[in-house]
Design a protein around this ligand. Structure first.
Ligand code: FAD
Ligand code: AMP
Length: 474
């Protein structure tokens, strides 16, 4: 029986990063993962690389270029008549990117001497794990032993009885990344991050997209002002977002899907060619044997962990989407590093208060820290500064003047409490705010920092100046 200092279950951004860091710290480590690519080959990378962050961004970038060429270039004096779309090529490009990156992780495992065990893991007790090899690696079951176990089994799409995924006309996010042509009418259930990103891709490529969202408010986790501006822009782009629309049923023949929902005007129906169910994700503990060995789950079936990701069994840790907190790849990876360092006896760092969020619509939506409504609810006195991209020279040069940067800082100490961006490349711009908040910086710190001109980042500088009502360009 093989023995390791650490066995990691799951090779998504939580698990593979944890495994590499454990190896770097001199621990013997194996990583078990049961993911199979469409050809039945075991591949690393989990949801994020195979059917999540990376393929969705590949299609968002491709569809952005397509729309840009079709719609925006003429204004620059560039005429590109006869632009056409090859959806299969676009999907193949995405598949190639996924293959390159997942193979890259296999290379990193080799380099760091992480042993990759392709297969499904089941906990036998707090030290032993049964591995059932899968796909092209299929073979006899075997058992491995570990001093420490890190569970990083991630999450899977949530189902609702009202709309069963049939992988033909009704698909989940995975199916929506592999359409072979552009549906004429596309319905999406759920206006969360995934619904908005996938809706943007297919809307840009020409589908008539309707998003049904049960909640009355748009993008509830975001700052209200930013969400309101984003909603306006996305509607203008053609996304028909129906709020307060709870899907109660759906039926399909071979050609189209009829979705029934309770909307503002009572019971209504929507007929579409394809339907994407994007109603959220749930923790993945299926077949893991977690409760059988005595691990505690919380009321929503996440594996219960303390502040340092330790479960109720001392040598078993859990990280990423399978535990509390935002379902984000970078949160999973940072927990993975922190747990590896703790196991190796080092001090670990994980700052849950400063985790950036990004919605990769265009303009992008990104934020870190508290929203204005959260500060109001908590009765925290704050100052606020904002700067619209419509006043940014670089944004004009780019032809990307929608959106704004908003900064919130403590009324007394000026410490930055939250930064909210709707704008071009917000996903990159938020990094500066994250760094400032990690260093417990103030709005004044950003206000005194020289920003290159002309850049989009100047909007962050101006918003910081705005906190003390001294913006220059508005
Ligand atoms: P996962 O990535 O889910 O990996 C878990 C792995 O464990 C899988 O490979 C699974 O096969 C394996 N596994 C599970 N059970 C077992 C078992 N019993 N035995 C062996 N192996 C097992 N996040 C972002 O931060 N940015 C984004 O832009 C973003 N975009 C997204 C877009 C989409 C369409 C989706 C679906 C998600 C997106 N996410 C994004 C979320 C992100 O993918 C997850 O937060 C992240 O993958 C979680 O990482 P993880 O390591 O916890 O789990
Ligand atoms: P997220 O959890 O961010 O991935 O977003 C999923 C979204 O789906 C949430 O905003 C939910 O309100 C929404 N949702 C869940 N069930 C339904 C339903 N039956 N009809 C419409 N929207 C739903």
């Amino acid at each position: 029986m093989k023995e390791f200092d650490v066995v990691v279950i799951g090779a998504g951004p939580g698990g593979y990063v944890a495994a590499i860091r454990c190896a770097q710290l001199g621990l013997s480590v194996a990583c078990i993962d049961g993911w199979l690519n469409p050809e039945g080959n075991p591949v690393l990378g989990g949801t994020c690389l195979n059917v999540g962050c990376i393929p969705s961004k590949a299609l968002l970038d491709s569809s952005h270029y397509y729309l840009h060429v079709k719609q925006d270039l003429a204004e620059h004096g560039i005429n590109a008549p006869g632009v056409s779309l090859d959806v299969n090529k676009m999907i193949n490009r995405k598949n190639k990117i996924v293959a390159t990156l997942t193979q890259g992780i296999a290379g990193l495992f080799k380099k760091n001497k992480v042993e990759w065990l392709p297969g499904k893991a089941r906990l036998i007790n707090d030290k032993q794990i049964e591995v059932t090899p899968v796909g092209t690696a299929a073979g006899e079951k075997y058992t491995v032993t570990a001093r420490h176990i890190i569970i990083a089994t991630g999450s899977v799409p949530m189902n609702i009885p009202a709309a069963r995924v049939d992988n033909a006309l009704v698909v989940d996010s995975t199916g929506a990344l592999a359409f072979t042509d552009v549906p004429t009418r596309l319905g999406i259930i759920g206006a969360g991050v995934i619904g908005l990103e996938l809706g943007s891709v297919w809307n840009r490529l020409g589908a008539k997209v309707t998003i049904l969202e049960a909640l009355d408010d748009f993008l509830v986790a975001a700052d209200r002002q930013i969400a309101g501006e984003a909603e306006k822009i996305l509607r203008k782009q053609g996304l028909d977002i129906k709020l307060g629309a709870r899907v109660t049923g759906c039926g399909s023949n071979n050609r189209e899907v009829t979705v029934t929902f309770e909307g503002k005007e009572g019971k209504q129906q929507l007929v579409v060619d394809k339907l994407i169910v994007a109603v959220g994700r749930k923790p993945n503990t299926e077949g893991l044997g977690a409760t059988e060995i005595g691990l505690t789950l919380d009321e929503r079936s996440f594996i219960k962990v303390n502040a340092v990701c330790q479960t109720n069994i001392a040598n078993i840790y859990a990280i990423g989407d399978v535990v509390r907190g935002p379902m984000l790849a970078h949160k999973a990876s940072e927990e993975g590093v922190a747990v590896a360092e703790r196991i190796a006896g080092k001090s670990a760092h994980m700052n849950y208060a400063v985790i950036p969020w990004v919605v990769y619509t265009w303009p992008e939506i990104a934020w870190v820290g508290k929203t204005e409504q959260e500060l109001k609810q908590a009765n925290i006195a704050y100052k606020s500064g904002a700067f619209p991209f419509a006043a940014s020279g670089r944004a004009h040069a780019m032809g990307e003047t929608g959106g704004l940067v908003k900064m919130l800082s403590d009324a007394k100490t000026d410490r930055i409490l939250g930064v909210h961006i709707l704008g071009p490349a917000a996903s990159e711009l938020i990094g500066e705010a994250v760094l400032a908040m990690e260093f417990e910086g103030s709005a004044e710190d950003i206000a005194r920092t020289i920003h290159a001109h002309p850049t989009l980042a100047e909007a962050l500088h101006e918003a910081a100046l705005g906190v003390d009502k001294r913006t220059i360009h508005i």
